[in-house]
Design a protein around this ligand. Structure first.
Ligand SMILES: Cc1cc2nc3c(=O)[nH]c(=O)nc-3n(C[C@H](O)[C@H](O)[C@H](O)COP(=O)(O)OP(=O)(O)OC[C@H]3O[C@@H](n4cnc5c(N)ncnc54)[C@H](O)[C@@H]3O)c2cc1C
Length: 359
């Protein structure tokens, strides 16, 4: 490609760096000019996990990966082989480091209020408060995790625990997530789906109980703490703010309402956008996924809001009665209607029926 392409990023978070990496990969380095404006260029300490192929545009930024995952509920726990997929961990810092290694980025500091009319496109990670569809349900996924080191070997470093519901469920849907890095080192995170965040002690009581009773460790050091909040809402923000001014990342509506997963969706969105520009000279966003996926998310959000005690059993059944690769494809909105009928057939149907009736 001989033309010069200038990308201006409003907000320089995780999404901005993913789009810069994909732009470099699709458009090549020649003539690519990237500027990023953020109110602060500090990098948040953020653990980001993604399932899928190990050959994605950002895979060189992976800091850990697992071929097996575990789920827990009631008295049971099951290990699931991801088959052709991997569960990969990145960090905000590793994605930024990959972008810096591949792209010359000019960084500016300040309030990102308006697009840059000189740029070919302004890609915006700042929430402009404009709705394409307003929220009918608004909840939060919130968590607090400890990176711990145990005095003896306690973890199977090949198996990440995606959801273990064997924790107190009295204040909202709660599960523990474990990413083992070595036999004596792991991130153990207490994750909650509810309307409001908790006090630190509420998460920590559950973390201490899980580490003692399920992991079985009594002697350990907490080396770091991670906290986070991700919106769980069916709100669809407006993406196109003006000519060549496009919302990306969470502000662009790319966070999956029921899982919080955003990174893989940004990679796919960026690939579509950069390929369309390469072909036509215009940055166009991909079509929305079929509306039924939004409806499934809404049903689950209503169940989380109105019948949280049903959620652990639903999610356990989802993973324990279906091939894991199919479920991960379903969560990525890549399944067929026939697949989805089979998946819903396997689930406890009464809460869904009530959620369809109730708004
Ligand atoms: C702790 C945590 C863990 C997560 N884990 C996962 C995960 O495992 N997998 C996954 O797929 N997703 C995960 N997510 C969700 C999502 O991937 C992240 O929130 C991701 O950072 C979203 O990228 P973003 O660029 O949209 O937002 P951010 O990374 O938050 O970047 C937005 C940037 O815009 C800047 N900004 C905002 N407004 C302005 C303004 N007016 N002027 C200037 N700058 C501005 C901010 O300073 C920030 O740098 C996680 C989120 C959190 C909070």
């Amino acid at each position: 490609m001989n033309r010069t392409t200038s990308l201006h990023f409003l907000g320089a978070g995780v999404a901005a760096h993913i789009y810069a990496i994909v732009a470099r990969r699709v458009l090549g380095p020649d003539g690519l000019c990237v500027t990023m404006l953020d109110r602060s260029h500090d990098v948040p300490d953020r653990t980001l996990c993604v399932w899928g192929s190990s050959l994605s545009a950002i895979s060189a930024a992976a800091v850990a990966q697992w071929k097996h995952v575990r789920m827990g509920f009631g008295q049971c726990s099951i290990g699931l082989d991801l088959g052709s997929m991997v569960y990969c961990q990145y960090t905000a810092a590793s994605i930024r480091a990959l972008a810096d290694a591949q792209v010359d980025i000019v960084r500016e500091t300040g309030n990102a209020a308006a697009p840059n009319p000189e740029a070919n496109v302004s890609l915006d990670s700042c929430d402009r408060g404009r709705d394409r569809i307003p929220a009918s349900v608004s909840l939060l996924q919130h968590f607090r995790g400890w990176r711990i080191r145990t005095s003896t070997a306690m973890f199977d470093a090949d198996v990440a625990t995606m959801m273990d519901f064997r924790v107190d469920q009295s204040d909202g849907v709660c599960f523990v997530y474990v990413l083992p890095y070595a036999q004596n080192e792991a991130l153990v995170e207490c994750t909650v789906f509810s309307a409001a965040v908790w006090d630190a002690e509420q998460y920590e009581v559950r973390l201490r109980a899980y580490i003692a009773d399920i992991i079985g460790a009594s002697d350990y050091e907490v080396e770091a703490t991670e906290i986070g909040i991700i919106p769980m809402t069916d709100r669809m923000p407006q993406r196109l703010h003006g000519e060549s001014w496009i919302g990306i990342g969470t502000a662009g509506g790319l966070t999956k309402p029921t899982t919080g997963y955003t990174v893989a969706r940004c990679v796919r969105d960026a690939e579509h956008m950069m390929m369309s520009y390469k072909r036509t000279g215009v940055f166009s966003v991909p079509p929305l996924p079929p509306g039924r996926f939004r409806w499934y998310d809404q049903l689950l959000l209503r169940i989380i809001r109105d019948e949280p005690h049903e959620v652990p059993r639903i999610l356990w059944t989802l993973f324990s009665r279906n091939p894991v690769e199919k479920i991960l494809r379903f969560l990525d909105e890549g399944t067929s209607l026939t697949d989805e009928v089979k998946i819903f057939w396997s689930l406890p149907w009464r809460p869904f029926l009530r959620a369809i009736i109730r708004r």
